[in-house]
Design a protein around this ligand. Sequence first.
Ligand code: ARG
Length: 272
Amino acid sequence: MSAPAHFEVSYAINPWMEPDRWRPDDATLRQQAHAGWDALRATYEGLGAVVETMPPAAGLPDMVFTANAAVVIDRQVLLARFRHPERQGEEAHGQALFAQLRARSLVDSVHALPEGVCFEGNGDAVVDNTRGICWMGYGPRSDLRARETLQAVARRPVLALALVDPRFYHLDTCLCLLTGGELLAVKRAFSPEGWAQLQAIAGPQLVEVPEEDALQLAANAVCIGRDLVMGYCSATMRQRLEERGYRARVVPLDAFRRAGGSARCLTLELGT
Ligand code: ARG
């Protein structure tokens, strides 16, 4: 995780970001961001997770969304290349972080993408250990061409899904894997072919996220054991989770939703 010391909405690279609506409430929203981030970290630690932090940097307000820095699969790291110039300054920080994690033996090897190929890390990758595959989202941010590199680093099949709704611009805004193998998914975010593929592979483990929750970025959640850490959960969603043996742990992350992110975006799972 990376603390929100410099977090704000000062540019717009997705439909959630409205700098003109952020600015008038800047001080309050910053406070909310700090409180939400602290609560998120405390929730993870309360569930037994160990949190590593990456120092924030001035001028990189979205660096708080560490999910985009890389994807880590079985201790192999593939570093991100960002689509938008506004976030490209984060790449050097991601490189430095993983060099350190490697020196500390928390990961084994660090890989880069070929020149000119964009891929936004865990934002567009859902590592599915239940099925021995990796789901990849492409279109708004990541290039389909990144699949080849991801597959080589992941050493498992990568199934690529086109993202068709600009509000669900990263795969982790519309697909969430639970520890038991269930996949929470926002139907409108996928092409008919993509949805059919999810249905074919997940079968009854595919759980549709209600519209109300989807529009609060509730699918951008992190599952630890039977707890699902998320920024929002309607009564309907809560029931769908409880029926399957999961508890919703709601953390107030609305300030981050204004940048198009929630719990999972704020977290890069290292898996070690
Ligand atoms: N404002 C950031 C962007 O548009 C939000 C990133 C959210 N991260 C995620 N993993 N979905 O890039």
